[in-house]
Design a protein around this ligand. Structure first.
Ligand code: ADP
Length: 307
């Protein structure tokens, strides 16, 4: 049982808020254990989906299964095995990390003091907060608070760990530390990293999906998605005012401003000429070509529907 691989299955999940916003539109995702990236711009529907998976809100329709467990109907069972690190993580500023973690452990149902002490010690060490365990949480940096959030989320060895926009407020060093910590979480759990930051997914996630306007645009193995663009991404550094003409002629997937000029990436199966050079694609190219409608994997879409 211990090593059994768990799988999260999301079928036809939709949600329209009272104000008429359709935040999720028939979402279908098959998420294996390991790190999974849910990538999309602000407003795409990520938090809505994460809160739904965390049993904090109901969809209008659809089903969600974690292994054999019906997430929408067996909420208490899911909560026992769920770790959720929300976007905004409030802490009680006047208590220490050690005290608060112990308190959350009680809420998770770890009643024996000795067992609690063992778990909290292990998690505080794992999140590199052991030396700071007596310090009040009010004095913690953003990165330390996030790592404390991970310690809380990992209580009770969750089979499903949901991390919503974790690196947004972190400085680069804290971000690296945080991502390393996440990557240590067992391969036997489903870990979903919801983010608008492409590098977070590129560095960590074996599988991923891209969501926009409540719809899944791509579901893929991260490396395969990048490999699928091999030989198709071309770039050129050009004067900003030539951009409209390039857009007329080519399938522009991104244009970055670089000291007054534009670094343009286009999608083309053949050599576009015009001074464009072929580049090795990366996940950002996957993201932007998907968002601009240039990257479709008919085979994968079909597979997803058949599952
Ligand atoms: P993301 O996490 O990708 O930024 P959200 O799930 O937060 O996306 O939001 C998806 C859409 O739903 C957005 O248009 C947002 O404004 C809207 N939305 C989110 N929560 C609510 C709510 N409680 N009531 C009404 N609209 C909401």
């Amino acid at each position: 049982m211990e090593n059994q691989q768990i799988h999260l299955s999301i079928r036809n999940v939709s949600k329209t808020y009272a104000n008429g916003v359709k935040a999720l539109n028939k979402i279908n995702l098959e998420i294996p254990s390991g790190m999974y990236g849910l990538l999309g711009p602000n407003g795409a529907g990520k938090s809505t989906l994460m809160r739904t998976l965390a049993t904090l809100q109901e969809p209008d329709e659809g089903s969600i299964y974690l292994g054999e467990t019906d997430v929408l109907r067996q909420k208490e069972e899911v909560r026992q095995t769920l770790g959720y690190l929300p976007q905004e993580f409030g802490v009680y500023p006047k208590v220490s990390a050690e005290e608060l973690l112990d308190y959350f452990a009680v809420l998770k149902g770890i009643m024996q003091r000795a067992a609690r002490r063992e778990v909290t010690e292990r998690l505080l060490k794992q999140t590199n907060l052991w030396d700071k365990r007596k310090q009040k949480l009010g004095g913690y940096s953003g990165g330390m608070k996030q790592r404390f959030g991970v310690a809380v989320a990992l209580l009770g060895n969750p089979k499903l760990l949901i991390v919503d926009e974790p690196t947004a407020g972190l400085d680069p060093a804290e971000r690296v530390r945080f991502l390393n910590l996440l990557s240590e979480v067992g391969e036997n759990s489903v870990v979903i990293l919801s983010t608008h930051i492409v590098e977070d997914v590129a560095e960590l996630c074996t599988n991923m999906a891209i969501i926009n306007k409540g719809e899944i645009l791509l579901q893929a193995n991260t490396q395969q998605a990048v490999a699928g663009l091999e030989g198709k991404i071309w770039r050129k550094l050009t004067a900003k005012n030539t951009l409209p003409a390039i857009e007329q002629e080519h399938r522009v997937i991104s244009a970055k401003q670089l000291s007054g000029r534009s670094l343009v990436h286009i999608y083309s199966s053949e050599d576009p000429g015009n001074g464009f050079e072929l580049v090795a694609p990366d996940l950002e190219d996957v993201y932007f070509s998907t968002m601009t409608g240039n990257y479709v994997q008919p085979q994968q879409v079909e597979e997803a529907i058949q599952l």
